[in-house]
Ligand binder design. Structure first.
Ligand code: SAH
Length: 207
């Protein structure tokens, strides 16, 4: 509850998103060492040198997606699986793609343990999107690219929304929201964020 009050104090008021976040234990997506800090509004390290995003950033991105219970959603950058868990509470179907196989496996296990059966975790290069399941109503990138990847934009349904951090790696990036209309594309900026870069190819992790 302190967690939700903390998010509220940062100006996050969307009741549906707060309820979804209240229903998902963030500590379940962390290694034991970091579990005591699960409800602080901070990013934390996860396996493979990656990070679980800051809760207020998770909330901001989720709100920007304007999810409905009919949405088919694609997330690129599964990481811990926490963001995917939140998305799963607010949409019909979630596909999430991760380039590190160990992270994808662990995330799938955690999501299953929480009975979140509408999420599918895929090991792959998310910069290619997921053509087999496209088009998507919503697309979320949780890794930064210099420009919105054309592959992903093409897999977004007209009327759809895509949210992503754009900018150079290792620098502050801008969170942007793209709305695909029948006549074109509308952009809006949602503030500054810092994400790991979107890298190409599947990572070669040692088993
Ligand atoms: N959404 C995550 C945090 C994302 S961290 C969470 O809730 O925990 C960003 C993740 O994007 C990292 O795990 C990184 O490995 C992954 N990533 C980077 N480039 C990728 C790509 N091309 N395809 C799939 N995943 C990618």
């Amino acid at each position: 509850m302190q967690f939700i009050l903390g998010l509220r104090s940062k100006g996050i008021t969307d009741a549906r998103v707060l309820k979804a976040m209240e229903s998902i234990p963030r500590e379940a997506f962390l290694e034991p060492t970091f579990q005591p800090r699960a409800y602080a509004d901070t990013p934390l390290p996860i396996a493979c040198g990656q990070t679980i995003s800051q809760p207020s950033v998770v909330a901001t991105m989720t709100i920007a997606l304007e999810l409905t219970p009919r949405c088919k959603v694609l997330e690129i950058g599964t990481g811990s699986g926490y963001q995917a868990a939140i998305l799963s509470r607010l949409s019909r179907r979630v596909y999430t793609v991760e380039r590190h196989r160990p992270l994808a496996r662990l995330a799938a296990k955690r999501l299953e343990a929480l009975d979140l059966a509408n999420v599918t975790v895929i090991t792959g290069d998310g910069s290619l999107g997921l053509p087999a399941q496209s088009p998507f109503d919503r697309i979320l990138l949780t890794a930064a690219s210099e420009d919105p990847p054309a592959n992903l934009l093409a897999q977004l349904r007209p009327g759809g929304i895509m949210v992503l951090p754009v900018g150079q790696s290792d620098m502050l990036q801008t969170l942007i929201k793209i709305e695909k209309t029948d006549t074109g594309i509308e952009y809006s900026e949602l503030g500054e964020v810092r994400f790991v870069p979107l890298l190409e190819g599947i990572a070669e992790d040692i088993a």
